[in-house]
Design a protein around this ligand. Sequence first.
Ligand SMILES: *Cc1c(COP(=O)(O)O)cnc(C)c1O
Length: 354
Amino acid sequence: MELLTEIPVKRVHRSTITEVDFSNLEFGKYTSDHMLLCDYTNGEWQQPMILPFANLSLSPSTLALHYGQTVFEGMKAFRMDDGRINIFRIDKHYDRFVKSLDRLCMAAPSKELFTEGLLKLVDTDKAWVPKQKGAALYLRPFVYASEARFGVKISEEYRFIIFSGPVPELYANPIKVKVETNYIRAAKGGTGFAKCGGNYGGAYYPTKLAREQGYEQVLWTDAKENKFIEESGMMNVMFVIDDTLVTPLLSDSILDGVTRDSLLALANDMGYKTEERPVAVEELAIAFRNKTITEAFGAGTAAVVAPIQTININGIDYQLPGYNKDSLLNKLKTKLENIRTGIEADVHEWNYIV
Ligand SMILES: *Cc1c(COP(=O)(O)O)cnc(C)c1O
């Protein structure tokens, strides 16, 4: 807590909060009044500051713009039933942030800077944490290579920023997805496990093609044989097969999702069988024919769970039976929300109270 008091805050003259209709939020549209900013120069992180949210001024030769040294995190702060505010699983997000930054040869902020920066920023903008059920303050920590130099090289300067914005609960209607066997998201030895900008830019085109065919997302398969399921769009993917919660085993081509990890833990707590193992595309097709697959969903911070209605495998649309309040995905979502709002005990100590 020592650093917390040391981060200087320059407050906005006038908050823009009155311009936001909190009962009608759109994901990604609004940003809160302040941001944390800290530069890495001369081999060390300089004094962090909390400043009014504002545009950046960049040299056109800023390395991040050309060679992709950019890494981000996505996390949320929630308002609890008793009015307190918590940030979800800072530790796990920090560990992943460092792994991503290491893979891209980028400087990582210390855990203290990350943690205290988040706590102080959320405290500064606590009025922005929505009171509406299911809504949250989305937090976006990121680092980019800020050195101005156009030769290909590892940057020697970085900028760490955290900004935030209120987001609504996403009531995801069950979506149609297509098993992608032509394009890939990540290969063994690549950067799939890292939350780096290039992974997303590279995923747009295949996703756009899938949308033109009537599917909202692609189910990515492994780069070598296109035989095993990896992720669903920008989310991890989970299935209920034979009453067991099944999800692909983590690898260097799969993002280690905090939601994935949390849902696996909660399913275990609730007495469900869980399996982290390779999930073959063929296994899914067989499970559809035998009617042993009952649920499929994406798991990620933005929506928590995104139910899947249809999976296209090699040109055939297979239908899931549908979802109700007894579906495992809804039980897991409710359980996680109850922990975040303080209705249920936080036995895993996931909530960091601001
Ligand atoms: C962020 C992300 C996820 C989900 O991670 P969470 O920590 O649960 O939000 C899954 N897959 C990809 C590719 C991601 O970028």
